[in-house]
Design a protein around this ligand. Sequence first.
Ligand code: MCN
Length: 760
Amino acid sequence: MIGYPVQRLEDEPLLRGQARYVADLAVPGTVHAVFVRSPLAHARVRGIGVDEAAKAPGVLGVFGAEDLGLGGLDEWPPPPGGPRAALRRPCLARDRVRFVGEALAVVVAETEAQAVDAAELVEVDLEELPAAVDPVAAAAEDAPVLFEELGSNVARREVVSTGGDPLEGAEVVVSARLVDQRVAAVPLEPNGTLAVPEDDGGLTLWVSAQAPFQVRAAVAGLLGLAPEAVRVRVPAVGGGFGAKGGAYPEQVVVAALARRLRRPVRHVETRSENLVAMSQGRGQVQEVTLGATRDGRLVGLRARTLTDMGAYPWRGGIPFRTALLMAAGPYRVPNLTVEALGVLTPTTPIGPYRGAGRPEAALMWERAMDLLALELGLDPAELRRRNLLRPDELPRQTPSGAAYDSGDYPGALEAVLALADYEGLREEQARRRRERARWQLGIGLACFVEVSGTGEEYGALRVTPTGTVELVTGSSPHGQGHATTFAQVVAATLGVPLEQVRLVASDTGLVPRGTGTFGSRSGQLGGGAAKLAADEVLAKAKALAAAHLEAAVEDIEVAEGRLQVAGVPARSLDWAELAALAEAPEGRALLGPEGLFAEADAAQPEGTYPNGAHLAVCEVDLETGLARVTRVVAVDDCGTVINPRVVAGQVHGGLAQGIAQALYEEVRFDESGQPLGTTLAEYRVPSAAELPSFETAEHPVPTPRNPLGAKGVGESGTVGATPAVVNAVLDALAPYGVRHLDPPLSPERIWQALRAAARP
Ligand code: MCN
């Protein structure tokens, strides 16, 4: 069962259009909320006029911050001194707005159309304040500040260092300034909330989310309710990609409205709303210097990274911290000093977006490595070969606090080179260069290590009277295939068919506790907890079977769908019979009232470190600047693979998003903080037509840190693909004098660079 490419069990309703999302839920009497959002990036709120809106047809109420009296959401993870009250993200802005799209007021009406019309009538009186939109400008000492209490826009500063001058002894040094541009998560389904007041004074909250317990904690906390009084339920989710990982102000407001009005209240974002209100990702400016010996051995890294956190430090601390954690990359780099700044700007808040810090670190390392290879006149693969950590150098503690577990980084590189026919590609490239072909070929490599699966996760297993095995998990799947892969883990232990395992998830009324699905954690931690619980249930069932079949416990073995006395299929019990026995007096005497039930909290404080080597092949048209990706070969190490089909699917999704960042996507603002492009006509998300067929392979080295040996895989595609594609395009352009370009590598950017380089 483990390692078998089982078809996903959860796909049928999704493919048939039968899955229900927040917008599809039909609760009688539901009314609709529409938010009034700031049209300015940075302004003082002088007043909000609601009289006209309140009189509009169908309107039940118009509410501002004062009316609802809600507090704010704390920054996560907190900085060393704990979260700062002054920097909380308000649920509705009170006297200041700090980004275009920040919610200022909310209108509730019987129909959505009425609420939209009435929201137009709300008069917002704002006094525009100066804004430093560019994060580098915002970090300057004389920049206009977003929070007077902070006195500066620099919300975080951390330094990791091995001490001294990291470049001392370097014979060759390369430097670059790189911009890892801001991107949007763009899930097919935007954020949505449906809050239903219950007769007992509690609340059921349907949300499109990745971590229902985080939403419950925030909503209950801000509404002054006991956590149990808020039941958070997650129906089908149309993508989260990290951006649905935390609690949003809008969720708290909708919950407060349902209690205030005693009506079910729904809010679902429009696409344009989503492109300003949902947290965005990346947004890092990197100044990097790499030193090496003349024969290409790394001596040290010095870097200064500036992470745009957007208007509130709310969840921008996650990518900020992870990028720093991964500062040592997959290489043997004896010395490093990295200074990381987290800077507030009057823009949509930054939060975790698939990869959340690791793609930033990988782009920095892999661009710098290619520039170093160019400087040394060494093949990029050879430079990496000389510096990748070997298996015997792991486990390893890095100066930035990462605890690499296991892996064969050079093996993954050799595998990708072989799969791609690296030599053949270089020959083809040389041919096109010789012939001065219009379409030049570029080959890009990215070697990386990333972090996954920190913290803990809950799992419980119960055998029901029919013999169905119910697995309760604290993870909250939204596309990752947990119903399939967790069932494989349980089936592998208990010997039951997959269809006999039922996953219970994403409902705080049915799951006692949980962390959620993000940080590529669920396979190893949710699956790991399922494994621990299944082992315990199996031990209980074996004791029960031994007593009933009058055999020794050691002689009871797992057979297909049953337990039997070793080698004697006639003396066996199926799981329904075992469940009945557990309920009978002898069973109760043996197992206690819990019967065939076990629960576990899988914990993994150090996390695990997936790694891999990705190779991209691009063709670049010298006449138009168009770059197209013709091949992506990805070799990944996610430890023991539970389901190769699911893993390949996860890698495909990540690669698509990584390529999208390399070539197409970018969130841009003008100098006053107005977003340039809040529709999918302007924000360029590629479709399958722009992407090649992916070639993926696993190079697994199990981790010793969990019982499955699994590392994460949900994000690795985004970590490797962006630098691989950027490196490929720049490899094609290298003979034409273009040293570096920041993504997205649009035809215009490439064309301009070619023209500038060609000028004498
Ligand atoms: N798996 C496996 N063998 C392994 C590791 C994982 O078979 N060695 C399986 C797991 O059991 C799980 C899947 O692969 O079914 C992904 O596992 P994992 O890497 O643990 O990631 P999570 O399940 O925790 O998912 C989170 C991850 C993240 S962080 C983002 S962002 C992301 C992603 O998953 N967002 C997604 N994949 C997504 N896929 C979809 N469809 N939609 C999103 O929003």
